[in-house]
Design a protein around this ligand. Structure first.
Ligand SMILES: Cc1cc2nc3c(=O)[nH]c(=O)nc-3n(C[C@H](O)[C@H](O)[C@H](O)COP(=O)(O)O)c2cc1C
Length: 189
């Protein structure tokens, strides 16, 4: 059982990274193999909407999303972590998410080649925001939750936390525990 962590902040060792690492520690303790991908260290272009993948199941863009796509397929659960940038997810996370188009046909059904691996996949989310009201991140939760609903994957839940300075979240015991529990759930589902 593999749990994949997708880190969407450009700030390595920042708040999103710290909570994602806690989540992966929880998954590991529950017996999963874990891997973290730092999107900021990858080259991922935005989707071109060329629709070629609708027919072929293959993306025309030859970049790091190709290897990430393989890891997505192999994972039982994926936990995403993103800070809020202007009431939304980061550009890195959005480029990654838009490239999920490759898994679908023209009617937004799973490509036949991927359906057995994608159906029922478990998706979790961690959001960070500088605002003391964690609902500043609602649009990110909405994006992921809606995608999970549309595709009949399994929603593991979201950990939403507030922190502004780099690494500040390390002092938030509640958020650390919630992230750990999310990882345990991802592994144990
Ligand atoms: C470009 C940019 C835009 C931001 N926009 C928001 C925002 O709209 N709302 C908010 O609450 N925090 C905003 N923040 C603050 C970050 O969400 C916050 O500092 C977060 O803890 C960063 O997480 P990280 O350490 O994982 O990068 C913004 C930060 C940056 C750099």
């Amino acid at each position: 059982m593999k749990v994949l962590g997708i880190m969407g902040s450009p700030r390595v060792k920042g708040n999103s990274d710290i909570l994602l690492s806690r989540a992966l520690a929880g998954a590991k303790e529950a017996g999963a193999h874990v891997e973290k991908i730092i999107l900021g260290r990858k080259h991922i272009s935005g989707c071109k909407d060329c629709k070629k993948c609708n027919k072929t199941g293959l993306c025309v863009i030859n970049d790091d999303m190709m290897e990430i796509q393989e890891k997505i397929l192999a994972a039982g659960a994926i936990i995403h972590s993103s800070p809020v940038y202007f009431w939304s997810m980061t550009a890195q996370m959005k480029a990654y998410l838009d490239r999920w188009c490759v898994f679908f046909d023209a009617d937004w059904n799973w490509q036949k080649a991927y359906a057995s691996q994608m159906r029922g996949k478990r998706i979790g989310l961690i959001t960070l925001c500088g605002d003391t009201n964690v609902h500043a991140a609602d649009s990110i939760v909405h994006s992921f939750k809606s995608a999970v609903k549309m595709t009949k994957m399994n929603w593991l839940g979201a950990v939403m936390a507030s922190a502004l300075g780099k690494g500040e979240i390390a002092a938030n015991e509640t958020a650390l525990q919630q992230a750990f529990a999310l990882g345990e759930k991802a592994a144990a589902f």
